[in-house]
Design a protein around this ligand. Sequence first.
Ligand SMILES: C[S@@+](CC[C@H](N)C(=O)[O-])C[C@H]1O[C@@H](n2cnc3c(N)ncnc32)[C@H](O)[C@@H]1O
Length: 274
Amino acid sequence: MPKREIKKYTDANREAWNEATLKHQQARAKKNNNLKEKFSQKGFSTLDKYETAKLKEIDLAGKKVAQVCCNNGQETLSLVNLGAESAVGFDISDEAIKEARELAKISGLNCEFVRTDIYDIGAEYYDSFDLIYITIGAMGWMPDLNKYFKVVSKMLRAGGHLMIYEHHSFCDLLARDGEDEFDPDDPLKIVHSYFRTEPWVGNDGIDYIGGTKYESKTSYDFTHTTSNIINSIINNGIILKEFTEYSHDISTEFAEHENEGKIPLSYILIGVKD
Ligand SMILES: C[S@@+](CC[C@H](N)C(=O)[O-])C[C@H]1O[C@@H](n2cnc3c(N)ncnc32)[C@H](O)[C@@H]1O
């Protein structure tokens, strides 16, 4: 995709994410989920047992790690609490980075946060990291996955790890509760194309914390097939080491399917830079 077109989408998403981040902060306050208090305690982590186990296998000790699309930095900070030497979180949202910097200050952890479009990350961060971490809800915002992993690969040192913990591409075939196509009697009905290339245009907000809908700034997100994800990674010099699919939901949108164990809802992918 041409750079100008990528920018059209990512500039709009910056505004939409600034707006959404304020909603998330309000929702956390309502739920009494005080991240400042949590990160003032030693060793606090928001990472679940699946990702924590894989990170322990990779072994974070002495490693310089980065998270791309880090939002408010809760996972980036958790990586340092799990043993990484230092971490850098990158995100396009001004509000999310502001919150991340506050949490870093309170925690006293060796963590830096950079507000940037991932597509604009430059040479000062190339060959810099032993692990790049990407988690739930990040890749869908990327208009061009090949260019995204080109940047990620450049940021990694040779032998460095890429770890992704994301919602499974299969989820994009289903309607979410609240969508016109959602059928409560048949929630597993396939309603969307797996091969959709046009963006999803959002105007009712991105409040997955409070669950509210609001007339929002326009956001754009994208469906990515599993083969597109894998090919974008290996085409950029990262060797695939592991791809594990799970039936548990990490998006909060498909939790009702978890117990059935019928469909893949999430996955962990691990690669190593050649
Ligand atoms: C769903 S959040 C990731 C949440 C994270 N897993 C967590 O739980 O904190 C997606 C993030 O991607 C960021 N984002 C979207 N497009 C981006 C871009 N082009 N460059 C950098 N960050 C971007 C948004 O600002 C948002 O903070």
